[in-house]
Write a protein that binds this ligand. Structure first.
Ligand code: TEU
Length: 552
């Protein structure tokens, strides 16, 4: 595989800020941009390069900002345009970059465009959204949406249905309309000309709909909403008219893609996006499965390496906390959080840190549906209970993967509300904030946070972690707990050994490695001896090591 050309965003570590849960500066119970500004030193000291900011645009907040009613203004609970501009300046003054969430598959149903479109079949903006005939009791087809049993919502006034891939409050934009597309490009330039450093493109795989909107055999498998004909012509047009004119990072949220499909988005010869989030792990692997994870990593490495860039993450604002879902958030929480960090930062791809991951924040279990906020969970709860299912059983089935697991407020210290807010937080703080918080981690040189700092610093000094070829040691390729691989760039080789298990593991490396280690770069146990690689190695539960080895 050829070495890919070097560029700043490939070497970046990205920190995702779900601002409404990050830090509340005015006591209204919501995090805000002023609060983020006050915490920029904290983010900078972690060592990250780019901040990904979840949507801050005007929104009725049906889906926590992913239902936009004005792309050109900031929602008041986040702050003002002046606060945003102060934030952007402060981020740049610290040598970091800021990418924004671009939500253009849909708007809010309160967006003036939709209000106009909905007002009459003859309105000039009617075709900025997707309207279809049908009868009140007969929908245009049998598709279901991410958040509702159907993608169709009846409008009594104009006696047609409108299409929504997500909630009723989120009507899909009609990307077949050139007028709509050019208005979106104008909006993108508005933000890029302010100096932002790129976009995370929300639900980008959904922009094109299946030709003719035919019924499907299995409505529950909503992959039919994604990766349809015409999609890449839209993204290429977006690149041609907007993206290619700026030195930016673009990352597409691409649901239901395989490496082959993913390459269409990020192939360097495709002139579409720089990189992507695929969901073969977070959407399709409910619990940790090392063999499946290895297989996914292999396919994506073979599919993209040398041709396009991948991303590495195991949680975000839509997916529960990684140490809970894919690690051990009990007795081995610290070791497990550090092992997952080493894995994500040494596998091929740009690593994303979701706020709180760097202190090992965990998932949560609220005792009643009323304490949850996530529209996806509440809609699914209502749908299932509406079928006559036991409410408590439905709640318990939805809790593990509820998006609210990752949306509880950042835990800054052990004071009220974890130091997040002096008001009543919009969502309850995880009760473990007294034990898990930033202040505690900053006071401990062996904390998860301090480990992340070392790991990110290591990445800056070892370009093999970015551009090195990936190769598994075949002796452990089929091991359910041990993950052993190298990253090689020229004569710079790293050997990574992971024991993803609550038990000890033992292994004996091939002699070529035993005699070639030159340095133990990082370990999540108090290990210092580079000769620790010789003979039979005993690995503690969730032990992870990075060695520098000579290339023979
Ligand atoms: O999520 C999009 C979404 O749900 C899927 O496309 C994604 O592939 C994956 O399945 C997530 O589990 C985005 C935002 O991240 C989410 O917060 C919004 O609710 C949604 O779009 C609608 O804007």
């Amino acid at each position: 595989m050829t070495e890919m050309n070097k560029v700043w965003w490939k070497e970046a570590v990205v920190y995702q800020v779900y601002w409404r849960s990050f830090y509340d500066s005015n006591g209204d119970g919501y995090g805000d941009l002023e609060g983020l500004i006050q915490k920029l030193d904290y983010i900078q000291e972690l060592g990250v390069d780019v901040i990904w900011l979840n949507p801050i645009y005007e929104s009725p907040d049906a889906d926590n900002g992913y239902d936009i009613s004005d792309y050109f203004n900031i929602m008041p609970k986040a702050g003002t345009m002046q606060t945003f501009e102060k934030l952007l300046t402060s981020v740049h003054e610290r040598g970091m970059k800021l990418i924004m969430d671009l939500v253009v598959n849909h708007t809010s149903d309160k967006h003036p465009w939709f209000v106009e479109s909905k007002s009459s079949k003859k309105n000039p903006k009617r075709d900025w959204y997707i309207w279809k005939d049908g009868k009140e009791d007969q929908k245009p087809n049998n598709w279901r949406s991410y958040f509702e049993p159907s993608v169709w919502e009846w409008d009594e006034n104009t006696e047609q249905y409108y299409f929504h891939s997500f909630a009723v409050e989120q009507p899909d934009l009609n990307w077949e309309s050139p007028e709509l597309r050019h208005e979106i490009y104008r909006m993108m330039r508005f933000w890029l000309d302010k100096g932002i450093d790129g976009f995370r493109l929300d639900a980008i795989a959904l922009l094109a709909k299946p030709e003719g909107f035919p019924n499907v055999d299995n409505p529950e498998d909503i992959s039919y909403l994604t990766n349809n004909a015409g999609l890449h012509s839209y993204i290429r047009e977006m690149n041609e008219l907007v993206l290619r004119h700026y030195d930016i990072l673009t990352v597409g949220e691409a649901a239901f893609v395989t490496p082959e499909e993913g390459l269409k988005y990020v192939g360097e010869d495709r002139h579409e996006l720089n990189t992507l989030f695929h969901f073969e792990v977070c959407d399709e692997m409910p619990n940790w499965d090392m063999l499946r994870f290895k297989e996914i990593q292999r396919r994506w490495y073979v599919g993209l390496w040398g041709k396009g860039s991948n991303s590495q993450f195991l949680n975000n604002h839509d997916h529960t906390r990684q140490v809970t879902r894919y690690g051990n958030d009990g007795p081995y929480r610290e070791q497990s959080a550090k092992l997952l960090a080493i894995m994500l930062h040494t596998l091929p791809g740009i690593p994303y840190i979701y706020q709180g991951e760097e202190i090992g924040m965990t998932g949560v279990r609220f005792p009643s549906i009323e304490l949850y906020d996530d529209i996806a969970m509440k809609n699914r709860y209502a749908e299932e209970v509406g079928k006559g299912k036991d409410p408590q059983g439905v709640l318990q089935s939805l809790q593990p993967l509820s998006r609210d697991n990752s949306r509880t407020p950042m835990q800054w210290n052990d004071s009220m509300n974890g130091g997040f807010s002096t008001g009543k937080p919009w969502i309850n703080v995880n009760p473990n904030y007294k034990e898990i918080n930033v202040t505690r981690d900053l006071s401990d040189s062996n904390s998860i946070h301090r480990f992340y700092q070392k790991l990110i610093k290591l990445r800056k000094n070892n370009t093999a972690m970015v551009y090195g070829q990936f190769e598994e040691l075949q002796e452990w390729a089929e091991d359910q707990h041990l993950y052993v691989y190298t990253r090689t760039l020229g004569d710079n080789r790293l050997l990574i050994i992971l024991n993803h298990s609550d038990d000890r593991s033992f292994l004996q490396l091939p002699s070529e490695y035993q005699s070639s280690v030159s340095e133990l770069l990082l370990s999540n146990y108090a290990l210092t001896d580079i000769n620790s690689i010789k003979g039979t190695i005993e690995l503690n539960p969730h032990e992870a090591r990075i060695y520098k080895v000579a290339v023979k």
